[in-house]
Design a protein around this ligand. Structure first.
Ligand code: SF4
Ligand code: ZN
Ligand code: ZN
Length: 312
């Protein structure tokens, strides 16, 4: 049996990719140090920043808040920001909300919830009913809701930045998807540190950018985090899941492919692509309905909401 590299006790986990074994405490320390390195490398945080952490109730965002809280206990003002998407099947939203709230209360951190139903009279259940009229995938619309609300409310809560729980697997599979489909606009907006271009947008950071989903899964287990274990009822058929599977197939054949791809994209491709694209890029405009950022006259959130609340 392998021993922990740090303390010599029997290892609770062996990481094939690094050829290292760790007991549970030293695995937690190992992962926190890895996140800390990414934070320094990409200059994600400043001391005493007020950071909104997007909390879904799932493992990645729970691990993100737990790690930031462990590394920067006093040095960061962290606030959990949850969006109640209004998904009743399997009690999905109710369970997610309770888990997110409970985690903040356990860590003694502020918690804020935006309720789509109460605030905007819309929900993902309603989106599912009107999917045909919306002509977009459920997850695509859900993504629009989340981006819009996280931006709006983290600004209202006086935060400097919003941190999201995107992990390596998410980043690589989205890159793959956008490259295969030629979505240049999306490609130039990727990376661990998306700096706000004006005062109606907030800087978005991804401290788990170089952490795999397997690692967050082990962290959540060793740190005894309570997380959502029910799959979202609307996730079936999501194209992001198909690309994630594709990426994992590559990763199994060539371990380390994901992180190499991400590093090379970030170091060698993203810069020139952004420079080129900057010249043709449209300016950010202000939505005529809500005053939020948009590239059209009305933002995607307001357009979707208009369709959903028609004939009310
Ligand atoms: Fe939203 Fe899709 Fe995630 Fe469900 S699986 S929460 S619909 S993005
Ligand atoms: Zn140990
Ligand atoms: Zn709008």
């Amino acid at each position: 049996m392998t021993d922990c590299k740090k303390c010599g006790q029997p290892a609770a986990i062996y990481l094939t990719r690094y050829g290292l074994g760790f007991c549970s405490d030293h695995f937690l320390e190992f992962l926190r140090n890895k996140v800390k390195k990414s934070i320094h490398k990409y200059k994600l945080l400043n001391p005493y920043d007020r950071i909104a952490v997007a909390l879904s109730g799932g493992k990645d965002s729970a691990v993100l808040l737990h790690i930031l809280d462990s590394i920067y206990s006093e040095a960061l003002d962290l606030i959990g920001l949850h969006i109640n998407l209004g998904i009743e099947p399997s009690n999905y939203s109710k369970i997610s909300l309770n888990l997110a709230r409970e985690l903040c209360s356990d860590l003694g951190r502020e918690f804020y919830c935006v309720d789509l139903r109460k605030e905007y009279r819309i929900s993902m259940d309603l989106v599912e009913k009107k999917e045909k009229q919306l002509k977009r995938s459920l997850c695509g619309i859900c993504g629009t809701f989340k981006r819009y609300l996280l931006n709006k409310y983290s600004l209202e809560l006086d935060c400097e930045k919003i941190a999201t729980g995107h992990v390596l697997d998410d980043e690589v599979s989205v890159l793959l998807m956008n490259m295969i489909n030629g979505n240049v606009e999306q490609l130039v907006r990727t990376g661990p540190n998306l700096i706000a271009k004006n005062e109606i947008m907030i800087t978005r950071i991804k401290p788990l950018y170089e952490i795999s989903e397997l690692e967050t899964m082990i962290y959540a287990q060793f740190a005894n985090l309570k997380i959502q274990d029910v799959e979202c009822p609307y996730s079936k058929g999501a194209s992001s899941l198909k690309y994630k599977k594709l990426y994992l197939m590559f990763e199994n054949q060539l371990p380390g492919l994901g992180i190499t791809f991400l590093h090379n994209f970030h170091k060698k491709i993203l810069g020139p692509l952004q420079e080129y694209y900057q010249t043709t890029r449209e300016k950010v405009r202000i939505c005529a309905i809500c005053g939020g950022p948009t590239s059209e006259t009305v933002c995607a959130f307001c357009n979707i909401r208009k369709i959903l609340t028609r004939n009310e």
